[in-house]
Design a protein around this ligand. Structure first.
Ligand code: AMP
Ligand code: MG
Length: 329
């Protein structure tokens, strides 16, 4: 890991060697810790599923919470999501700043399925942090960046916090001292009829309500339970029935494979969809949501999923598969 010490007097970021090195690391799919006004972010190219898998792996998250995609301005944000009048008002009032908006994702957005955890919505933020915005702009990539801490630990607000938790996973750490706000961004969902406060944070509810001209409904979210578990279950569930740890295949089932030694009857499968031929859990994580969609042959369809090991990212993969397979009405 290389450390880039950034001073408040460093106004010229673009064009410096270190800046282009960090851009290159990000476009190569590497992880970079970047200070924002809220907390340090563990950033990766949000369009690169494997890079996003690296975020989950480094944090040791036992499940795939959707990640916030950071962009350099409203115009970029609008290429990823549909903004209604409320969203535009909030973006104009509070961006750049500690406000994250959850909006309907455009099908044309290149943000990876893993970054949004298979959802049809996307969480977007334009941070105040100059360096984060400059990196988004120069790489031309939205940057997925959850707080730079191990899962279950408090968010990193100094470079030392980040080194202690994640140093070994980083290609660069941009050290600008302690982050000014120190708490995460406020998350507002504009998916439903009523604007919903998913997570209180660095921007006060009252300020948001004053701009919206209506109260925010409180919706539950925290790092371990992103929306309500019920909502998540239905979001993640394909139409087809899912059977886990399959060691055989019935005629007409779609088979999601892991590795190349296929179970008995694999030749009978209606469709084969690979998570990773080389049994690489990062690749499998990056492919998971896309694979579920590709294997989904509709309401009467059946999906058999080969066993995926439970270590490393396998824990989160198995958690998500179990949710997708859970009984529902
Ligand atoms: P962190 O990046 O660690 O600050 O956490 C990001 C938070 O944003 C998590 O609690 C996520 O559940 C939430 N989030 C991200 N994307 C979405 C989404 N599409 N819908 C609802 N919540 C989201
Ligand atoms: Mg966090």
């Amino acid at each position: 890991m290389k450390v880039w010490r950034l001073n408040p007097s460093d106004t010229q970021l673009e064009g410096t060697q270190i800046f282009s090195d960090v851009c290159e690391a990000l476009t190569d799919g590497k992880l970079v810790a970047i200070p924002t006004e809220t907390v340090y972010g563990l950033a990766a190219d949000a369009t690169n599923g494997k890079a996003c898998a690296g975020i989950y792996k480094a944090k040791g998250r036992p499940s795939f919470n959707p990640l916030i995609a950071h962009v350099d301005g409203l115009e970029a944000a609008q290429t990823h999501a549909f903004f209604d009048e409320r969203a535009l008002k909030l973006a104009e009032a509070f961006w750049p700043g500690p406000l994250t908006l959850v909006l309907p994702k455009r099908l044309t957005s290149p943000v990876s399925d893993l970054a949004v955890a298979g959802l049809e919505t996307i969480a977007l933020r334009v941070p105040r942090s100059e360096v984060m915005r400059a990196l988004c702009k120069s790489t031309g990539r939205p940057l997925a960046a959850p707080s730079a801490n191990l899962s279950g630990r408090i968010s990193g607000t100094t470079a030392q916090d980040v080194i202690d938790d994640l140093g070994e996973h980083l290609s660069y750490l941009i050290d600008s001292g302690a982050t000014p706000v120190g708490v995460e961004s406020t998350i507002v969902s504009l998916i439903g009829e009523r604007p919903t406060l998913l997570r209180p944070g660095g921007l006060a509810r009252e300020e948001i309500e004053a701009v919206l001209g209506e109260p925010l409904v409180r919706g539950g979210t925290n790092d371990s339970a992103p929306i309500s578990p019920g909502m998540l279950t239905s979001h993640y569930a394909p139409n087809a029935h899912i059977r886990l740890n399959a060691t055989d295949v019935a005629a007409g089932e779609a088979l999601i494979t892991f590795g190349t030694s296929l179970p008995e009857g694999a030749d009978r499968a209606a469709r084969l969809v690979s998570l990773s031929d080389s049994e690489d859990l990062s690749e499998a994580a990056a492919r998971l949501f896309t694979a579920l969609r590709e294997a989904d042959l509709g309401k009467n369809g059946k999906i058999a999923v080969m066993p995926v090991p439970h270590y490393g990212l396998g824990e989160a993969i198995n958690d998500r598969l179990a949710r997708a397979a859970a009984p529902r009405d």
